[in-house]
Write a protein that binds this ligand. Structure first.
Ligand SMILES: Cc1cc2nc3c(=O)[nH]c(=O)nc-3n(C[C@H](O)[C@H](O)[C@H](O)COP(=O)(O)OP(=O)(O)OC[C@H]3O[C@@H](n4cnc5c(N)ncnc54)[C@H](O)[C@@H]3O)c2cc1C
Length: 509
């Protein structure tokens, strides 16, 4: 299809990348990006780019990826609880300052022949073009102005604050700190030789006890909540090596997951955060926006009309985006409930972290980081970390004996007779989330039982939620917990055993 004029609203990573790809595919078209801010104004600090994202970007446009990688900073990952640290060597993790990413993408768009108009706010009605790409971010006015996009916005229960520090941490680190007010968890990673992103999360009760409801109310939306930064500098002094925290319009926020029933109306299409968001703990917002751009460019190249192209773009992208959003919601809930796991040995915590959303299985983690994964498994199996790892780890995990109170089990398979025991409460779990009110009621009801047997649907998503409910029960009761699973979910149950999501499993069908 021949495109003559395209307008892109919003010069974030999604809009700039879409503009470049479209200009490369349609050299004669007039393609303009309208960005309300100046070229160097941005929020936030670094963003991470995982290895698979790099592969996809390379395939679409090697030159721009090379330019991004040249400005990026690679790092490894670790998790720390108290004095214990688990390290994960992982050569493919890259992070880049958001300002650098935007400046590279601006340069790349300009080199391709895109017009960049800064300080220009636009809405679709202003634009007489063949196609309007609304990449105007999470607060998209385009999406908000028209109810036919069918936006649904879910707000998370925890709070986060995105700040930075003026030195490069030795690796990405997840570190919880407990103060007199409660637990704060930092996700931090270096993105330049002299900078690290420092993202800190907490729950509402801790936030209120620390007085951050008041500091948030007192901070103008364009300012930084300095009082919170000073408090957090003290709390994280060890990790920060006494460096300070830097703000950039930094304030406590609740993450919003955006979903839309329709991604396009007429010749206007939503792209990136305007159409969908995914919790930052899976580091995928930028990736999703840029991969949207790749799919949109391909759909426009192949279709006869703009309408057909936009339908095809949505058909191709929606399943991938929704799949990632599902993973992101699990990850968000895992982090929001993080303090309940702080008694778990850090090696097992690393396994719990890697397998938290059902995206990475234990086998894959073992392949990519055998030393760290084995340490977690050894800790669960109560054998020395330097003992030889079994060839079939899953079988070994399931074969571990269990002592629970005065009861002993020779392996982790629940005997069928246990289900019929008068002391066992069988609970059919049918909840959308392990953390909603209905799930809390399920946990509370079973609290007095000495054995809790969780059953329910065989669908994988339900099984994962059941394991999360089981974990809540393990953390808040002294009951023996059994989760019923179908055969195809044995890998999830194996990861769940090591991660203290259940004591025993029953493989039903
Ligand atoms: C705390 C936090 C941490 C994150 N960490 C990561 C990470 O590690 N990795 C990752 O991949 N992603 C991360 N993200 C997500 C990432 O920042 C976003 O997903 C990404 O920026 C989306 O790109 P976008 O182009 O869709 O929108 P944006 O980057 O938000 O860009 C939208 C642009 O549109 C402009 N604009 C808005 N309205 C108009 C208008 N009417 N006219 C003109 N211009 C307009 C805005 O000024 C803005 O520049 C994180 C997000 C948060 C909140």
């Amino acid at each position: 299809m021949k495109l003559d004029r395209v307008a892109v609203i919003g010069g974030g990573p999604g809009g700039l990348y879409a503009a470049r790809l479209l200009k490369l595919s349609n050299p004669h078209a007039d393609i303009a990006v309208y960005e309300q801010s100046s070229p160097d104004t941005t929020f936030g600090f670094g963003v991470g780019l995982a290895s698979r994202t790099q592969r996809n970007l390379r395939q679409a446009d090697a030159a721009s990826l090379d330019a991004i990688v040249a400005r990026a900073y690679s790092h490894e990952m670790s998790m720390q609880v108290g004095e214990s640290i688990a390290r994960l060597a992982h050569g493919d993790l890259l992070a880049i300052a958001r300002t650098s990413l935007l400046s590279v993408l601006q340069e790349q768009a300009r080199d391709a022949g895109v017009r960049l108009e800064f300080g220009e706010r636009r809405e679709p009605a202003d634009l007489d073009v063949d196609l309007v790409i609304a990449s105007d971010g999470i607060n998209s006015a385009t999406r908000t102005a028209d109810g036919r996009f069918g936006a649904d916005i879910a707000t998370g229960s925890g709070l986060y604050l995105w700040c930075g520090t003026d030195f490069a941490l030795p690796s990405a680190i997840f570190v919880p700190v407990t103060t007199e007010h409660g637990t704060f968890v930092a996700h931090a990673y270096p993105y330049a030789p002299d900078r690290s992103t420092f993202l800190i999360e907490t729950d509402v009760d801790t936030w209120t006890r620390a007085g951050f409801d008041a500091t948030t109310a007192a901070t103008d939306p364009t300012d930084t909540d300095e009082a919170s930064l000073r408090y957090l500098e003290k709390a994280f002094a060890d990790t920060l090596h006494n460096h300070g925290l830097i703000g950039n319009r930094t304030r406590w926020m609740k993450f919003r997951t955006v979903q839309c029933r329709n991604w396009s109306l007429g010749n206007v299409v939503l792209l990136g955060d305007a159409a969908h968001t995914a919790h930052y703990s899976i580091g995928s917002g930028t990736k999703l926006a840029m991969e949207d751009a790749i799919a949109l460019d391909a759909a426009l190249a192949a279709a006869e009309t703009v309408g057909d192209a936009l339908a095809e773009y949505e058909r191709v992208r929606r399943p991938a985006v929704e799949h990632l959003q599902q993973i992101a919601v699990r990850s968000e809930q895992w982090w929001e409930s993080f303090p309940q796991r702080m008694d778990l040995p850090v090696e097992q915590l690393m396994v719990a972290y890697m397998t938290r959303a059902g995206k990475v299985g234990l086998e894959r983690f073992l392949e990519s980081a055998p030393d760290v994964a084995w340490k977690g498994i050894a800790s669960y199996g109560q054998v020395a970390a330097d003992s030889e790892a079994p060839i079939d780890a899953s079988r070994w995990i399931l074969a571990r004996p269990l002592e629970h109170g005065d009861r002993s089990f020779c392996d982790r398979f629940a005997p069928p007779a246990l289900r019929e025991d008068p002391s066992t409460t069988v609970v059919s779990v049918d909840v959308e989330s392990a953390w909603n009110e209905k799930a809390t009621a399920v946990v509370d009801e079973a609290r007095a039982s000495s054995t809790i047997w969780l059953t329910g649907s065989d669908e994988r998503d339900h099984v994962l939620t059941r394991l999360d409910v089981a974990e809540r029960m393990m953390c808040s009761t002294s009951a023996l917990v059994v989760v019923e699973i179908p055969t195809e979910c044995v890998p999830d149950a194996v990861a769940g055993l090591v991660s203290a999501r259940t004591h025993l499993v029953f493989v039903g069908s």
